[in-house]
Design a binder for this molecule. Structure first.
Ligand code: SF4
Length: 370
């Protein structure tokens, strides 16, 4: 039997009550009778009378269920998209709750941890990782971040499932819930193994290069390295001596004559310009400078950018001897290679030249002994 209302209500009151069941226009009044009333207006009057509540309107319930379904679908799609984005990040990422239980991770983390995300869910790190040092570090960081929310970056070593050690930079931060309270931690692990190795190699190579340069500076032959504007990058005291007393005096104030203009030091400076412009590897010529006969070998260090030279004073008594002279030329040839490598290092700070430079040092030591 259909339900009835006793009271009469104004059009405004009825329309207002209809909005409670999301009926805003006349066309939405479908009068389906699902609520037990003949019309939606009768149901609205019953609500005004306090006899019914909006939840009794079956149409409204359907709408609410539809909305919930849509929201759930959107949420699923959003979560899927978030996971896709996380999986696209090459660095391992894991997020945990405040107690350190894993909530989720990305593919890169699965690879580094050797475990699937479903198998780490709700587990603490200690339940699936046997890296004691890393686990303790993680606990310490969590405790510290809860006290001082923000971000922490630490360097540490972890193992790949295969057993290879890698050096990582762990970036860990707190994430907050909707109310702004700390809700958990997110960790990103950056593999810096190669960077660490490179910086070690660079430091060794730099030290070796500096050592090699100090050996070059002790060579009896003069050597000089210049850039494309003929500014001196490095030279030794034998070079300053060959350039004359004034230059030698300057080199005592400015060792290596760094930054000095070769044009004001060496009258045959155009030989350097010619070599750099030609792009040739090397050029040897006998010249006379300050009344001394000099064999100069100019060589390219970096094409069109840097050049070096070894200068041999042919008037030196020991060089006058033909046999000794040949030997000296041999030394120049060997040193040429050495100087090229060292000069390259000085300019480029190359990282993987340790072995080359070790042999360079040996080569120089051998030459000195000879
Ligand atoms: S169930 Fe809702 S839509 Fe159907 S008649 Fe009742 S009030 Fe109107």
């Amino acid at each position: 039997m259909e339900k009835k209302t006793k009271k009469k209500y104004s059009e405004t009151e009825i329309k207002q009550a209809l909005t409670f069941i999301e009926i805003f226009e006349t066309k939405d009044e479908i009068d389906c009778k699902g609520c037990g009333y003949d019309t939606c207006r009768d149901f609205a009057a019953a609500m005004l009378e306090g006899k019914e509540t909006p939840s009794k309107c079956v149409e409204l319930s359907k709408k609410v269920i539809e909305k919930l379904k849509r929201k759930e679908k959107e949420l699923r799609e959003s979560l899927f998209l978030n996971q896709e984005i996380l999986d696209a990040v090459p660095a391992p990422i894991i997020y945990e709750d405040k107690e350190g239980h894993a909530i989720g991770c990305n593919k890169a983390y699965e690879e580094i941890a050797g475990i699937k995300r479903f198998d780490i869910k709700d587990k603490k790190l200690t339940e699936y990782s046997d890296n004691k040092a890393y686990n303790e570090l993680n606990d310490r960081l969590n405790a510290s971040l809860l006290k001082n929310p923000g971000k922490q970056v630490v360097e540490t070593v972890v193992k790949y499932p295969g057993g290879d050690d890698i050096t990582i930079e762990l970036h860990k931060a707190v994430f907050a819930d909707r109310a702004g309270r700390p809700a958990g931690f997110v960790s990103i692990l950056f593999d810096i193994t190669e960077r660490v190795m490179q910086s070690r190699e660079t430091a060794i190579a730099k030290d070796t290069a500096e050592l090699s340069v100090s050996l070059l500076k002790k060579m009896p032959s003069g050597f000089v390295i210049v850039d494309d504007s003929l500014k001196i990058i490095e030279s030794n005291s034998a070079f300053a001596r060959l350039m004359g007393d004034d230059i030698l005096a300057i080199s005592e104030i400015n060792p290596g004559l760094k930054g000095a203009d070769l044009k004001s030091v060496f009258s045959d400076h155009q030989l350097f310009t010619a070599l750099m412009q030609s792009g040739e590897d090397s050029y040897t010529k006998d010249i006379v400078h300050n009344g001394k006969k000099i064999k100069i070998t100019i060589f390219t260090i970096e094409k069109n950018k840097t050049a070096g030279a070894i200068l041999l004073d042919l008037s030196m008594p020991e060089v006058k001897n033909e046999e000794v002279r040949k030997r000296a030329e041999e030394v120049i040839r060997e040193n040429l290679d050495t100087v090229q490598k060292i000069a390259y290092l000085l300019g480029e700070n190359a990282s993987k030249t340790e072995n080359v430079l070790s042999s360079v040092i040996r080569l120089l030591s051998d030459n000195d002994k000879k």
